[in-house]
Design a protein around this ligand. Structure first.
Ligand code: AVJ
Length: 337
């Protein structure tokens, strides 16, 4: 290794990572399972899909011909990154659920080229991914500071460091769609609190469209989404010593036209009872009984603007792909405009 010059040695370290996870995460899985599997209509929150196998399956979903959201969002980012950089003049990018930061580079490139970029603040539950991308990004962008926050964006937004200048808070991928309307408002309001007068929220949302296109995106021909869905049962088997046989459950994905959301469910193929040993819990399934594992809301421009307004945000730019499949919205605090 090259010896450091005095000025480099005195500089603050480029990477700083703080973890806020602990036992609370294990408790959250146990509580969600106890609560969700004893309801009259059984349900599990989608956040427990993403162990390492789940994250891999999700990456494969993003490559599927039927699953258009990832490609559409990347197209929009590529088309609009320079405009976003110009409109925001952001010195920092805070990214909620940063993952591998694959799409983030498009934004970082634009901010770097515009000459404003100083800091990247990834917020994610997976420490190894945040560390790996911090190392890569500080290598790719000389002078970039990375302040990683290992945590859950539903609970740890107060750990996001104060802004050092105009910031973009990015919430990409359409993840906001996982929250039912009431929680969605709460999450959006909490995110809005990260914004000061000169700051912007950049959010990705999937749009309402032909139900056949939507349902195919969540029920692909290769069965990758089905495997992803059933993976949550393997997570319960491992983490809570449960004895689910994933093959006892059939993957179901349907578009609920009234609520305008996709629902994924696991349908029990036969009557049976499973034991969740860690919770001392017996769970009975009738033949054909369904367990809801995810909702993924699809938006119309009107509804999205309404949701943003309820969180005290007003729309600055509505950006979409040439096929109008997906939207990226840039918004900011309404009372300050
Ligand atoms: C990561 C929540 C945006 O809802 O489209 C993909 C997850 N589920 N296929 C989505 C998912 C089934 C995805 N989000």
């Amino acid at each position: 290794m090259e010896p450091l010059t005095t000025s480099e040695a005195l500089e603050k370290p480029a990477i700083r990572i703080e973890s806020h996870l602990g036992e609370a995460e294990e408790r959250s899985l146990a509580e969600d399972v106890l609560d969700g599997l004893t309801r009259p209509f059984k349900e599990l929150p989608p956040k427990h899909f993403y162990d390492s196998r789940g994250a891999e399956l999700f990456d494969r979903i993003c490559e599927l011909p039927e699953y258009y959201p990832t490609r559409a969002e990347r197209t929009i980012l590529t088309q609009s990154a320079d405009e976003i950089a110009r409109l925001t003049a952001a010195v920092e990018l805070v990214e909620l659920g940063s993952g591998t930061a694959a799409k983030t580079r498009v934004l970082l490139d634009a901010l770097h080229t515009a000459g404003t970029l100083r800091r990247y603040v990834p917020v994610d539950v997976t420490e190894s991914m945040v560390r790996a991308c911090a190392r890569e990004l500080t290598g790719e962008y000389p002078g970039l500071e990375v302040h990683g926050v290992i945590g859950d964006f539903e609970r740890h937004l107060d750990r996001v460091p104060p802004a050092t200048g105009p910031r973009i808070v990015a919430f990409l991928g359409g993840t906001i769609g996982n929250f039912p309307p009431g929680s969605r408002r709460r999450v959006l309001r909490e995110i809005a609190h990260l914004l000061g007068p000169g700051d912007h929220l950049l959010m990705g949302t999937d749009l309402v469209k032909d139900p056949n296109v939507l349902e195919a995106a969540y029920d692909d021909a290769q069965g990758v989404t089905a495997e992803f869905n059933r993976n949550v049962l393997r997570v319960l088997n491992r983490e809570l010593d449960a004895d689910f046989d994933p093959d006892d459950f059939e993957h179901v994905a349907l578009f609920d036209r009234e609520h305008e959301w996709i629902e994924m469910r696991l349908r029990s193929r036969r009557e049976h009872t499973t034991l969740v040993r860690e919770l001392d819990l017996c769970v009975h399934f009738d033949a054909g009984e369904e367990l809801r594992t995810e909702i993924s809301a699809k938006f119309t421009p009107e509804r999205l603007e309404g949701d943003l307004a309820t969180a005290g945000l007003s729309l600055v730019r509505w950006l979409t792909d040439p096929d109008g499949l997906f939207a990226l919205t840039l918004s900011r605090r309404a009372e300050l405009s």
